[in-house]
Design a protein around this ligand. Structure first.
Ligand SMILES: Cc1cc2nc3c(=O)[nH]c(=O)nc-3n(C[C@H](O)[C@H](O)[C@H](O)COP(=O)(O)O)c2cc1C
Length: 394
């Protein structure tokens, strides 16, 4: 989950270290960071970590070390937002084609400029450089973010990629950007480091990236020998990754399980499924059906940072209930969710317990005006987590 805690230069800091020290003891076997930006001119949110070269090497090493301090592996997720680069954090935005977000999205996001072919090559290089810098700082792997409507997803979708050159025009050319990035990242980190991809099953938009195209991408990724495929879905326009599941999904918990089952029949790539898992029984059933290899948890880790350990020990049967009943407007509901969970992440990062009593209105307000991160030790109404003192980042 995007932490939004980095300093103004995009460097990891004490808050990120405290957060990952807590998650290091969560019981999770693999921690995947929130999205790290490959270009400071194009960021997903204020407070994202930005890695363009080795300038943050020591702070990155301290962050990786904190995440690994409990024995888990840590991968950094790397991303470029493309047209999902908010106005308040960027000067303009770029995309495969000059297609703006629909509807209310236009308020927060500017109309993107279409990338020139030489700029596309340059972004592919950036992914390789960012991955190499992260791995030399101590990360065990990287995950390329090709989902949720960000730049790589924009190249995959015929709605946002209207090019008719080497980077668009048919499914093969639309997926070329992702495949070139996978190759560049692999050559940047070497054969022994894990490279994963987070991919949408579909964008859930008429005329968008379909399940059939997604399957063809999955097969191409298998041919590139990626180490782990994470399955997700939706974009900022549809927000499927957070939405209330349908009745049939509720019965099986995970949002994209049926799609994962289809993927399993097509490729041998290990599959990580994130989205909706809340009970030990649901996770056991998904793993038992052999459709997936790894259960991913996001939001539950922000309210119960030790949940995986308790589930694995059998001390907990399910994640705590979080009552944020939807208002009915998908974008507003997504903003409330983001505000609620980002507030919890900020609390953990400052050594405090999460606060599940935060309501919808307060969450929305926090989304618009995130709290400053209190210094560890600062007075707060909540109880402190038993986190060790945060080390000083050089
Ligand atoms: C506050 C917040 C930040 C998120 N940031 C990211 C991100 O940086 N990268 C990403 O791939 N997904 C991100 N997600 C989506 C989650 O990784 C996950 O796909 C989604 O929350 C569904 O899983 P869950 O039901 O276990 O929460 C974020 C979710 C939340 C709530």
């Amino acid at each position: 989950m995007s932490e939004r805690l980095a300093d103004r230069d995009g460097a990891p800091n004490e808050a990120l270290i405290t957060l990952y020290e807590v998650w290091a003891r969560s019981g999770a076997g693999l921690l995947v960071t929130g999205n790290v930006m490959v270009d400071r001119r194009a960021i997903g949110e204020r407070g994202n970590v930005i890695v363009e070269d080795d300038r943050h090497a020591r702070a990155l090493a301290a962050w990786a070390q904190a995440a690994k301090s409990g024995g888990a592996s840590v991968w950094a997720q790397i991303n470029h937002p493309g047209r999902q680069a908010p106005r308040d954090a960027n000067r303009g935005s770029v995309a495969p084609s000059a297609v703006p977000l629909a509807g209310a999205g236009r308020l927060a996001f500017s109309r993107p400029r279409a990338l020139e072919a030489r700029e596309i090559e340059e972004i592919v290089d950036r992914f390789g450089r960012t991955a190499a810098a992260l791995v030399s700082a101590g990360f065990d792997g990287v995950q390329i973010h090709a989902a949720h409507g960000y730049l790589i997803n924009q190249f995959l979708s015929p709605l946002t990629n209207r090019r008719d050159d080497a980077w668009g025009g048919d499914p093969d050319r639309r997926r070329r950007f992702l495949l070139e990035i996978v190759r560049r990242v692999r050559s940047g980190v070497g054969p022994r480091v894990a490279v994963g991809v987070k991919l949408n099953s579909a964008d859930f938009q008429r005329g968008g990236f379909t399940e059939d195209e997604s399957m063809a991408v999955v097969e191409a990724l298998e041919a590139e020998r990626i180490d782990l495929l994470e399955v997700s879905g939706g974009t900022y326009e549809t927000a499927t990754m957070f939405s209330e599941p349908s009745a049939s999904t509720r019965a099986r918990e995970a949002f994209f399980l049926e799609y994962a089952e289809k993927v399993r029949r097509r490729v041998k790539t290990p599959i990580l499924l994130t989205g909706g898992f809340r009970s030990r029984a649901g996770m056991d059933a998904a793993l038992g059906s052999s459709a997936i290899d790894v259960v991913g948890l996001a939001r539950p880790l922000a309210v119960e940072p030790d949940l995986p350990a308790r589930l694995l020990r059998g001390d907990a049967q399910r994640a705590a209930d979080v009552r944020l009943p939807p208002i009915g407007d998908k974008r507003l509901d997504a903003a409330i969710q983001a505000g609620f969970y980002q507030t919890q992440i900020r609390r953990i990062a400052s050594g405090l317990e999460p606060d599940r009593s935060l309501g919808r209105l307060a969450s929305l307000y926090r989304f618009l005006a995130p709290l400053p991160v209190p210094r560890p030790g600062a007075a707060d109404r909540g109880a402190r987590v038993g986190a060790p003192p945060a080390p000083t980042v050089p």
